[in-house]
Design a protein around this ligand. Structure first.
Ligand code: PMP
Length: 374
């Protein structure tokens, strides 16, 4: 049996060993303490750890600690942003290739009386800024555009969108889940008012994420409960997860640019290998303006889901893990103009910090054999 090859980092990244080391003391029974218990030292110690982590998350994106709300992940953060921060009566505009946890909020907003708009993208997945400008001309809007797409890797012109929104008095929300492992993000420089993050996309733990919300903005909680996190997100903050998430953010800040350069080299090695082995291969991901670790390709004439059934130790994806279970073609691939057949023949590779050249070469060989073109 060959060793498994993990190329699904866009779905989940492995916990970095330094993150695990930071978390372990907080999983020890001796570390008991509710971070919201204000009457004893055990509670204070836990609260200190949570607040240190909040500071690390804030520092990663140029925010202030008080602007960070911990959540259970980015799905919750996306829901909280859209359902909790859209001012009554304001239209909401989202790009055509947002994550399911954003698009699924649009009908809920419509039922609450918000006009909703879907802003188209071009054949590479890049937002049609002209279409956005037309929407912004009509009055205040909450705009939701992700920083980087999780299926094809397209990087959106976030700074340009931030400037357009600022000029128009709009609120700019960005799902930035896929970006910080390989890019520096600064919410103030980019003009972002709300932003979501997820622990397990940047070598931190699963089950925690965060919403950045600019100081001046109002946020209505999704959940009813106690006054934790200033009532913006009732519920006990999980200390070990918060500590791990904070450590992962500190690590990302330190090494994201180095990682980006190496992972880009690996991605191009993968593309070159696949294109040589599989004639007719289509690159669905943009050549430039793409997440370093993302390569989405279409292999004409194959059914990608069937192909992967024969390759259980090659961890790659047919699309977003969050969309799995849906029978139709990927809405992202459809939005960039792929036919249903090509969309069903598409594979997403997600490369990460620990990926090696050997893994890339073995993945190419395994696929070529499985497709019958060794
Ligand atoms: N947004 C994007 C762009 C994502 O890739 C994901 C995870 N697939 C999410 C949101 C949801 O994140 P979580 O798993 O933390 O709920």
């Amino acid at each position: 049996m060959t060793a498994p090859i993990y190329l699904d980092h866009l779905a989940s990244t492995p916990l970095d060993p330094a993150v695990l080391a930071a978390m372990l003391p907080w999983l020890d029974p001796a570390a008991v303490g509710n971070p919201h218990a204000a009457t004893h030292r055990a509670g204070w110690r836990a609260a200190e750890a949570v607040e240190r982590a909040r500071g690390q998350v804030a520092a990663l994106i140029g925010a202030r600690p008080g602007e960070i709300v911990f959540t259970s992940g980015a799905t919750e953060a996306n829901n909280l942003a859209l359902l909790g921060a859209a001012p009554a009566g304001w239209p909401v505009a989202a790009s055509a290739i947002e994550h399911a946890s954003v698009t699924a909020c649009l009908p809920v907003l419509a039922a609450r009386g918000h006009e909703t708009h879907v802003v188209p993208v071009d054949g590479t997945g890049r937002l049609d800024s002209g279409a956005l400008v037309k929407i912004l001309e009509r009055g205040p809007v909450l705009v939701s555009v992700m920083s980087a797409n999780n299926e094809i890797g397209t990087l959106q012109p976030v700074a340009e969108i931030g400037t357009l929104c600022r000029r128009a008095g709009a609120i700019f929300y960005s799902d930035a889940v896929q970006s910080p492992a390989t890019a520096v993000l600064d919410v103030r420089a980019l003009g972002i008012d709300l932003l979501s993050l997820s622990g397990h996309k940047l070598y931190g733990p699963m089950g925690i994420g965060a919403l950045y919300i600019r100081d001046e903005l109002d946020l209505k909680p999704l959940l009813q409960g106690g006054g934790q996190q200033e009532g913006r997100r009732p519920g006990t903050v999980p200390v070990a997860l918060a500590v791990g998430f904070g450590a992962a953010c500190a690590l990302a800040a330190e090494r994201c640019e180095r990682d980006a350069a190496w992972i880009t080299t690996l991605r191009e090695r993968l593309w070159t290998g696949l294109a040589a082995a599989l004639p007719g291969l289509r690159r669905n991901s943009p050549q430039i303006g793409c997440l370093p670790g993302c390569l989405n390709v279409a292999i004409p004439g194959i059914d990608a889901a069937d192909l992967l059934l024969d390759l259980p130790d090659l961890a790659i994806a047919t699309g977003s893990a969050c969309a799995s279970g849906g029978a139709g073609p990927s809405p992202v691939l459809t939005a960039i103009g792929l036919s249903p057949d090509l969309a069903h023949g598409s594979l997403r590779f997600g490369l990460g910090r620990g990926t090696t050249e050997d893994e890339i070469d073995r993945a190419v060989t395994l696929l070529a054999i499985a497709i019958g073109r060794p």
